[in-house]
Design a protein. Structure first.
Length: 141
């Protein structure tokens, strides 16, 4: 119930307090205990409110001013020159993309494991390895 104490234990503690302190001092002790707990709760609420207000003030002060980047001027538009065809996107550099580097390492490990497998049984056509450019999804030229 109260902090893990059962009702029987609470009654025994109150009975002992009544016997030790007497009926005259027990109400004054309970009153002073209530006042002390009320002051403690008030102090903790005050500290908590002050802490929250300081954190809110720090958050407001720490937020950087968001600015919009200036729009770059448009490239010179070709008025009489022929429009060039757009360039195909360059393949990602494995050093820039850790996921691409891991995928390339897995492909290399799988290729090396496939070479360790026993030769194909008689009567089957061995499969030729594909070029690495086809693994990246680019069409063969």
């Amino acid at each position: 119930m109260l902090g893990g104490l059962s009702m029987t234990e609470i009654i025994i503690i109150l009975g002992l307090a009544l016997l030790l302190l007497g009926p005259d001092q027990l109400p004054s002790l309970a009153k002073s205990l209530g006042k002390g707990l009320r002051e403690l709760r008030k102090a903790t609420d005050d500290i908590k409110g002050q802490f929250e207000s300081e954190m809110a003030r720090i958050d407001l002060d720490a937020q950087p001013q968001k600015t919009i980047a200036p729009v770059p001027p448009p490239p010179d538009s070709p008025s009489s020159a022929a429009v060039s065809e757009p360039k195909p996107p360059e393949p990602p550099n494995p050093a820039d993309d850790p996921a691409a580097a891991r995928a390339a390492a897995r492909r290399a490990a799988a290729d090396s494991q496939l070479k360790l497998v026993a030769p194909a049984p008689e009567g089957t056509v061995p499969r030729t390895p594909e070029e690495p450019s086809s693994a990246t999804g680019e069409p063969k030229a």
